[in-house]
Unconditional design. Structure first.
Ligand code: ZN
Length: 318
């Protein structure tokens, strides 16, 4: 259970995950919040649109139609892999679904797939309050192909949400797993998608499958890929406690300055002192998803926080 990400936070998370985002109109405030609850959020639902053509698909998902006003999702994942964000807040994508499935998603307790739903649109639990929704451009006939770029974007979007909330891939379901009335998405299996999201979550947000990776866990005994970098990644957890001396402190300070959380006038030092600690606190306040242990003044930057700070500071660069 979680407070929904803000529009700014989701944009940051998507871009950190390497998603190419297209912002559509007033998407940040385009929603159905006046019609019902938004949040707490428990997961994300993947759909297919039964449409062809990106421009018209995006327009429909933004505006909706007479019997179902838009936005019809948060983002449209197009054939070319770009993600068009059309709304933020409550959107008309999930309708009614099965409360048992919701429980299983909340607990992330199921095996390869949740219990098949027996409730649907007419008699189910309100899913629009509880799920992010992603409409993927596809005819849904089982023949229309899913280009690699599009499938990769689906994985990245779901991983970005899971990473930001600290969820596993089991927080990602297909509409067909939520509602007995639905068959989408068709053409790939949700179990397979979840496996790909889970694999992605083992790596840092800027990981490219088959490419090199930033360390997301405390560095192993043997350092990997010694490549010139604009900073020295801190060692966890002992290397960077307040008051400690470590060359890693300079790397942290550089990243905090680059990300705008520390004044450039403060000289770099091997000491994790009060100025560094204050800057870490500002970073945690600005990016609540990466708060160490949920405490925003906690001086520790964990591996996830470091990966996030690095991505914010240096973009996708390694
Ligand atoms: Zn759907």
């Amino acid at each position: 259970m979680a407070t929904p990400l803000s529009a700014t936070a989701v944009l940051t998370a998507l871009r950190a995950e390497g998603v190419r985002v297209v912002e559509v109109g007033n998407w940040r405030t385009h929603n159905r919040n006046s019609k019902g609850a938004w949040g707490p959020v428990n997961g994300s639902i993947v759909h297919h649109t039964v449409t062809r053509g990106t421009a018209s698909t995006v327009a429909m998902c933004r505006t909706g139609y007479a019997s179902l006003p838009g936005p019809l999702c948060h983002g449209v994942i197009a054939k070319d892999g770009r993600v068009h964000v059309v709304g933020w807040g409550r959107t008309n994508h999930a309708g009614g679904g099965d409360a048992r499935v919701l429980d299983q998603v909340v607990a992330e307790s199921y095996g390869s797939r949740p219990t098949p739903p027996t409730k649907g649109n007419a008699n189910g639990t309100d899913g629009n309050a509880r799920f992010y929704g992603w409409e993927c451009e596809n005819l849904g006939d089982g023949k229309d192909p899913w280009p690699a770029a599009q499938y990769d974007a689906i994985v990245r979007v779901q991983a970005a949400l899971c990473r930001a909330h600290g969820w596993t891939a089991k927080s990602v379901i297909g509409h067909l797993e939520w509602s007995a009335d639905k068959i989408d998405p068709r053409g790939f299996s949700m179990a397979h998608l979840r496996a790909d999201v889970a694999e992605r979550l083992k790596h840092s947000a800027n990981w490219s499958p088959g490419g090199k990776d930033e360390p997301t866990a405390p560095a192993p005994a043997k350092p990997t890929t010694p490549k010139p970098r604009p900073y020295a990644p801190p060692r966890f957890p002992a290397g960077l406690a307040p008051g400690r001396q470590s060359p890693s402190a300079r790397g942290l300070q550089r990243a905090l300055k680059k990300a705008g959380h520390m004044s450039a006038a403060i000289p770099e030092a091997d000491t994790y002192g009060p100025a560094t600690q204050a800057a870490v606190a500002r970073f945690h306040q600005a990016h609540p998803a990466y708060r160490a242990r949920g405490v925003h003044y906690d001086p520790a930057v964990g591996p996830r926080g470091w990966a996030a700070l690095h991505t914010i500071a240096y973009g996708g660069k390694k």
